[in-house]
Design a binder for this molecule. Structure first.
Ligand SMILES: Nc1ncnc2c1ncn2[C@@H]1O[C@H](COP(=O)(O)OP(=O)(O)O)[C@@H](O)[C@H]1O
Ligand SMILES: [Mg+2]
Length: 328
């Protein structure tokens, strides 16, 4: 264990979920205290200079570090809770802003491409008059259409023809959905890579193959994961992508393009079941080990800042010296 025992607070809707329970067990196995709380059970109190929060009628549980596992269905409230912890000075592993960046596929692409990472050609448009221009930009049909905030394969569609793409786009726009239109990377043939990055390192990876007749390789859509040694260029892309999002933990989906990795998305609460079973890596254990270091670093930085403020002297020592002088 790096440093003293830590009190972790895991934000998750259900302590029995595979990923949540694995993180709890990994933390306890390393001698830490863990509380799991449902983000929806917190009440946020906002007033001038005094952000506060309650868990039902009670004060919030003690936490040296909050580990958020915020599901897509509760993104807004979940992120408000994570942000409130941050405002109250409680460290969080994956900040609200980093989670929000990665959860919005368009916003993530804007940031990734600015750092010269490769993604499938993507267009965001809102006007029915733009369909032709948008389709031309991505190289025509087949085209991928995605909800900006989709997950687990839900919200990712393929339009085989220009007509299908046009009608689908018009329908989704009329329904007020935020969508992106994307080049179909045909050479990936239903396969992609999932890399888990923790603390700036790829600690586990798998290749996922979509089931027959399906282009989405998500395990939730019946895809099959196999163990893989991730090629170097994919390791580098995954690490940079997670760094650009500002995440401490991230699951990066990448397609194998003709010229190397094309990043699809970064998941801030990646599922652990498939990757642990496929790779044999103790991902939960690696998350806790990184969390220990994170807490230790935060403490050291805080201490250094405090000493700098007090002329390079520890305020506790200064107070003791003052007390001794008064007594003398
Ligand atoms: N542009 C694309 N070309 C080919 N396949 C794609 C493309 N975009 C997504 N896919 C397939 O669909 C799956 C889901 O897409 P992704 O962007 O990761 O959304 P989700 O958040 O739903 O997982 C990917 O894992 C991949 O197999
Ligand atoms: Mg995905």
């Amino acid at each position: 264990m790096a440093g003293a025992p830590v009190h972790f607070l895991i934000l998750s809707r259900n302590a029995m979920l595979y990923s949540t329970s694995r993180i709890v067990l990994a933390a306890r196995a390393r001698g830490h205290e863990v509380t799991v709380a449902d983000p929806l059970d917190f009440n946020l109190a906002v007033s001038r200079g005094r952000p506060d929060m309650f868990l039902g009628d009670h004060p919030i549980p003690r936490a040296d570090l909050v580990i958020p596992r915020i599901g897509a269905s509760i993104t807004n409230y979940g992120l408000a809770v994570v942000r409130q912890f941050d405002l109250m000075g409680v460290p969080v592993l994956n900040t609200a802003v980093a989670i929000a960046r990665s959860r919005d596929k368009l916003r993530a692409f804007q940031l990734l491409t600015k750092k010269d990472l490769d993604v499938p050609k993507t267009v965001c448009a809102r006007s029915p008059d733009s369909v032709d221009q948008a389709l031309s930009f991505i190289g025509g049909a087949p085209a991928i259409i995605k909800l900006q905030q989709g997950t687990q394969g839900i919200g990712t569609m393929i339009a085989e023809t220009r007509e299908a793409a046009t009608s689908l786009l018009e329908t989704l726009w009329a329904m007020g959905q935020d969508i992106i239109l994307q080049e179909y990377i045909s050479e990936s043939k239903g396969k992609d890579y999932r890399a888990i990055v923790v603390g700036g390192r790829v600690i586990a990876a798998m290749r996922r193959q979509a089931k027959k007749g399906e282009f989405r390789s998500n395990l939730h859509r019946g895809g099959l994961g196999v163990r893989v040694d991730l090629p170097k260029s994919y390791v580098a892309a995954a690490v940079t992508a997670v760094k650009v999002m500002g995440l401490e933990i991230g699951g990066v989906d990448m397609l194998e393009g003709k010229d190397g990795p094309k990043i699809l998305e970064i998941n801030s609460s990646p599922g652990l079941e498939g990757i642990e079973r496929t790779s044999g890596v103790d991902v939960a254990g690696a998350i806790i080990q990184h969390a220990e270091k994170f807490v230790l670093r935060r403490k050291q930085r805080k201490k250094a800042r405090r000493s700098a403020t007090f002329g390079g002297k520890d305020p506790n020592i200064l107070a003791e010296q003052r007390a001794r002088r008064v007594k003398a």
